[in-house]
Design a protein around this ligand. Structure first.
Ligand SMILES: [Zn+2]
Length: 235
């Protein structure tokens, strides 16, 4: 696990040691409750992820059910300005994206698989940040976590049709002994298109979940039920 510890916020980037199990909510909740204690968070919120393009904005403590609100509502991004409230996503090949606004002190976490990405989840999340907190995209700082990398993410020829509407589509695929997809590049392009500055997109935590043995990988581990968590919280 990596803890990105900023004076104003922290990001937990989990790995294979995480015990989040998609089919076993009890084990997952017990694990995340412990993680909440370890990170000294007041509350911890995860949504029931559905690979769509909507999410939830938490502005009021009353929106939070107890200290651990897990998988009770559908959605693939969370936004908050509440301090010590951890918001998280679980992934195993999809891309976790964290956004932070240092001016308005707002954080966001996004579960960005290709489906959510092409359905404009990044746009929708930033729209919500603008509407609710008057955030400006060019102030946002993005941190992207581990996901299936272009080194290993092989797709069929038909898959490329999902992205053919982007004018940068040809840059998302690498032709080797098959076609390989660059999920990171897709999301980086979408962040840039939405007004995030290149210097504010931090990629040092973006390693490949498939060929690194440190991560749960849906594709690499025979459709594993395990996920790693990404959590961001304002201090
Ligand atoms: Zn790889």
């Amino acid at each position: 696990m990596i803890l990105h510890n900023d004076p104003s916020f922290l990001i937990y980037f989990g790995d294979k040691k995480d015990r989040c199990v998609k089919s076993d909510l009890k084990t997952t909740k017990e694990y995340l409750l412990q993680l909440k204690e370890n990170l000294k968070l007041k509350s911890l919120i995860f949504l029931n992820q559905v690979h769509r393009n909507f999410g939830l904005c938490l502005k009021d403590e009353n929106q939070i059910n107890g200290n651990l609100s897990l998988f009770e509502q559908n959605g693939d991004f969370l936004i908050t300005n509440l301090r010590n409230v951890g918001i998280g996503v679980v992934t195993a090949d999809c891309l976790p994206i964290v956004l932070y606004d240092p001016i308005k002190q707002v954080v966001c976490v996004i579960h960005a698989g290709w489906r959510g990405s092409v359905a404009d989840i990044i746009d929708n999340a930033i729209n919500e940040m603008e509407i609710n907190f008057n955030v400006t995209a060019e102030n946002l700082v993005a941190y992207i976590g581990a996901c299936a990398g272009a080194c290993c993410y092989e797709v069929g020829r038909n898959f490329t049709k999902n992205l053919e509407n982007y004018n940068f589509a040809h840059e998302l695929f690498i032709q080797k002994n098959g076609i390989f997809f660059n999920l990171t590049e897709l999301n980086k392009r979408l962040l840039l298109n939405r007004g995030i500055l290149l210097k504010n997109i931090h990629t040092q935590y973006n390693v490949c979940t498939i060929c690194s043995s440190n991560f749960h990988s849906y594709r690499g581990d025979n459709k594993t039920d395990y996920r790693q968590a990404t959590i961001v919280a304002l201090k």
